[in-house]
Design a protein around this ligand. Sequence first.
Ligand code: RIB
Length: 306
Amino acid sequence: MKILCFGSLNIDHVYRVEHLARSGETLASTDYRVFAGGKGANQSAALALAGAAVFHAGQVGPEGGWLVAKLSGLGVEMRFTRTVEVPTGHAIIQVEASGQNSIILFPGANRQVSSAWADQVIGHFSFGDILLLQNEINEIPHLITQGRKQGLTVCLNPAPGGPEVAEYPLEQIDLLVLNETEAAQLVGEARPQEQLARLGLRYPEAEILLTLGSQGSWYRLAGQVLHEPALSVEAVDTTGAGDTFLGYFLAALAAGLPPVERLKRATRAAALCVTRPGAMDSIPAAAEVDRLGESWPTRSPQRLVV
Ligand code: RIB
């Protein structure tokens, strides 16, 4: 089974600040660094580090070659990522003392994907393969539809959210992965269990995964709901934690691990991620996740029948 992650690649400009800048405020940062990022690229990196066979499809501008080389060095197959004459996507990220962030995106080459090229790429994959999408590139509805036509299992993480997500053909999604804000935008409800119930009613065929940061994760599949608490760690930078969680989760799913193990591995990987600065650079290797599992076994997820 192959995984095709069709998604963004960004250059992340990361500023450390005492607190996130308020409206009208000018704030001096205490540190500035440039990292590799983009939700798509981060998820591909996490998949590869977790041991999955992953192909990344996406676009960079002429100055984005180092992102491609970096992903390739991590073991991501990059033959479907191309260079176009548009600036590479970038993100301006403030990280405050608590590790929380705020992000401004410049989409650049990420939002210049053509449907014809998307079809060509998807044509290299077949029944049983997985298509993983986020919401930082254009042509998402087309990719969902084409992926399903091709017999792929379609996983959508509509991050960052937006009003357009409600218009996507979400009834065709096999695995829908959302944080609390994205879920609230879709179902208009703030409580996770209620969000899960509503999403389950609306998309009865789909597996639903809710990632709630320090509140852990909820996973609804085949008539049951699992809850896995987060691990308590000293957060330095939460950027990329959701991407790490999803990459490890999907790699475990592709490897045939049971649902409980998918959640445990993803939770450990995300816990390690938030203890380090940066997005892609903070994703742990599988051996580190294994070691954390030995020294810090998570308890069994709470299981509810629905
Ligand atoms: O999920 C984290 C990512 O969001 C960052 O790497 C940034 O590029 C934005 O896309």
